[in-house]
Design a protein around this ligand. Structure first.
Ligand code: WT7
Length: 648
């Protein structure tokens, strides 16, 4: 065994797939790239044959830029593919091993999961949910979140999962945008041993939107809540007598499977629309190939179902492959900093998919924690959400992968639905810090402002040049924004990802990070504009400029520059209050690291806040040409203030 570490031309260590891994890998022939490139539609069509269709498609792709339709005329059901399709071979196989923060463990076989899902499907139908109605799910990482998603898919009701830590207001905005009348939530949940109130946030948040007619409440936190007569019902009460079978709805390939809200460059989050056929083929295929999924694997993706990773690589991809999943509700340091390694040891996890911010945290905590456990069952480890720095990659490789596990650094987005750039673990030679190459069937490039490919080593914008099955179909209710955000940088055939990147001499992709006004805090995506609009809703704040500052642990942290309304006084209390305000109105993950009071902000002559300049200031970099600013002297003043923060 033993990995092959070689020095490449420029003295960088590269890692070949270990021989025994490659030998047994699902893909070990690099020819897959050539075949897919010669005939991408053929490649996807072949893979489409490994999922279940009620009716096969008439044609694979219709591409009317920037709109694509995949597997046109095909009929299928995503839930059927995740559950029913496994019943013949795997009815009694464990589908889900779930662990609560408290240590409680629940396991579901494929049959049991199917029964629970059918029960809820019937409940939803009873509540009046029809094909096409959007159901909002506001749950933490408990089995019920997975059951809810699949029940929606079963009856053809698109789901919109809102990350549980979002505020009640953020929930209400999303409910309003989706026009969602049914909500599934819980009383509360535990985080580091303390109960977080969830239902209270719901009651406060949706009071004003008046849309929601039915709230299904999972009893989980055990905290005291109030139930509104007629509107609110307990999950366990309505599930009790519900039938354990429910016919899946026959869905068109292009019917919406779900909405996932994500932050962008303007004030409001956008509802990314994913449809059924292309998404299922894409996630089914990439889960199998990127994670080299085998029947005996125990697969743990640490993502939350509140984000796209939890949709594609915790639910739809793995279950449609008949995998045994592990899901964990709580914090990685509860009760102690070895919780992840303890979980891996106890459940004999073979594949781990987690985020760079977690890896860097583990690095900080030290190797003694993983060393307390036998984690030798691991055979493949993955990373997603932000660039992984080579130092963290190497630490992960050595201390978690024990030098023997290939690492898959997977680049993708809410909008792409599937992993786009990643190693194939049995084929690709990896370089620490690079997501390597586009997957078979995917064509990506790094372009300059004009749309020309940049030379190796040069920075540019990451672009996708060909349609792919799980591509975002539109922004819900806002087609203009869809076109403007993704298809207007160059031409309407070239997808603008919003990331900066470069390629090296071997053609490897190195993702640098967002080039638009999206901040990535611990992998969570937060829009500057969205944040600013919340800050200026505080009675003391006149203007706000919010930018990301590079951070060793979290990737980025939030720096919030504010000017105050006349009469408001700068004070430590106000800083604290504003931090709390952001936390309350967005969520705890959005708590700004620094609030910086200022008399003015860098603005153009027309009064637009120049975030580019603020970002440079926060990162103590050269802001470039500032002569076009309304008042260039603001820059030095803010530089000084930022510097003082660093030294204090
Ligand atoms: C943004 C998308 C993909 C699911 C989770 C995040 C960044 C994601 C990588 C990676 C470098 C990465 C990009 C991207 N990103 N994966 N392997 N290397 N950057 O989904 O919230 O839609 O965020 O995450 O900046 O644009 P998301």
């Amino acid at each position: 065994m033993g990995e092959k570490a070689n020095k490449s031309k420029k003295d960088m260590t590269v890692f070949r797939p270990p021989e025994d891994f490659a030998e047994n890998a699902i893909v070990n022939d690099p020819d897959i790239y050539r075949k897919a490139e010669d005939d991408p539609e053929g490649f996807w069509e072949e893979n489409a044959n490994s999922i279940h269709w009620y009716r096969k498609w008439d044609s694979v792709l219709e591409w009317e830029p920037p709109h694509s339709k995949w597997f046109i005329g095909g009929k299928l059901n995503a839930c059927y593919n995740c559950l029913d399709a496994n019943i013949e071979k795997r009815a009694n196989k464990t589908a889900l091993i779930w662990e609560a923060e408290s240590g409680e463990i629940r396991k579901y076989t494929y049959r049991e999961l199917l029964e629970e899902v059918c029960r809820l499907s019937n409940v939803l139908k009873e509540a009046g949910v029809k094909k096409g109605d959007i159901v909002t799910i506001y749950l933490p990482m408990i089995p019920e979140v997975i059951i809810s998603m699949l029940a929606c898919a079963r009856i053809g009701a698109p789901h919109s999962v809102v990350f549980a830590a979002f505020s009640g207001d953020s929930l209400a905005t999303r409910i309003g945008n989706a026009n969602s009348k049914v909500l599934i939530t819980c009383d509360g949940y535990s985080r580091r041993g303390k109960v977080v109130e969830q239902k209270n946030k719901v009651d406060e948040g949706i009071r004003s939107c008046g849309l929601v007619e039915k709230v299904i409440v999972v009893k989980h936190g055990g905290n005291e809540i109030s139930m509104m007569k007629e509107r609110d019902v307990w999950w366990h009460e309505i599930m009790k007598d519900s039938d354990i079978s429910c016919e899946p709805e026959v869905m068109d390939s292009e019917d919406m499977l779900f909405l996932m809200y994500t932050s962008g460059t303007t004030g409001k989050p956008k509802g990314i629309v994913h449809t059924t056929g292309g998404y299922m083929v894409a996630t089914h295929t990439t889960t199998k190939l990127v994670f080299d999924l085998k029947e005996e694997d125990i697969y743990w993706c640490t993502a939350d179902c509140g984000w796209i990773t939890g949709h594609s690589y915790l639910v739809y991809g793995p279950l449609s492959n008949g995998t045994t999943l592990v899901a964990y509700e709580g914090a990685p340091d509860y009760p102690d900093k070895d919780r992840y390694w303890d979980i891996i040891e106890r459940h004999k996890v073979t594949i781990l998919y987690t985020a760079p911010t977690a890896i860097r945290t583990f690095m900080k905590w030290g190797v003694s924690w993983p060393q307390m456990h036998d984690i030798s069952t691991l055979r493949l480890i993955g990373s997603v959400g932000e660039p992984i720095n080579p130092g963290a990659w190497l630490w992960y490789h050595e201390n978690i992968g024990m030098g023997k596990c290939p690492i898959v650094d997977t680049w993708w987005q809410t909008e792409t639905g599937m992993i786009m750039i990643s190693p194939l673990p049995g084929v690709t030679t990896t370089k620490p810090g690079s997501a390597t190459m586009p997957l078979p069937g995917i064509k990506a490039a790094v372009l300059d402002e004009k749309g020309n490919e940049v030379a190796p080593g040069q920075d540019g914008y990451l672009a996708i040049l060909k349609p792919w099955p799980s591509m975002v179909r539109t922004v819900f209710g806002n087609e203009e924004r869809f076109i403007e955000t993704y298809w207007s940088k160059w031409d309407n055939k070239t997808y603008f990802a919003g990331d900066g990147a470069k390629r090296d001499e071997d053609g490897y992709f190195w993702i640098i990070g967002r080039v638009d006004d999206v901040i990535k805090v611990s992998g969570h995506r937060i829009g500057s504009a969205e944040f600013e609009s919340i800050m200026v809703s505080h009675p003391s704040v006149a203007e706000a400029g919010v930018v990301g500052k590079e951070d060793e642990l979290r990737g980025e942290v939030i720096y919030c520059y504010v000017t105050l309304k006349s009469g408001a006084q700068e004070s430590e209390e106000l800083k604290k209050e504003l931090r709390g305000y952001a936390e309350k109105n967005i969520g705890p993950f959005a708590r700004p690291k620094q609030i910086i009071f200022s008399d003015d902000l860098p603005k153009t002559r027309s009064g637009k806040i120049m975030r580019r300049v603020l970002k440079a200031i926060a990162n103590e970099k050269d802001p470039g040409d500032v002569t076009t600013l309304q008042d260039p002297s603001v820059v030095d003043m803010l530089k000084q203030k930022t510097k003082e923060l660093e030294s204090s």
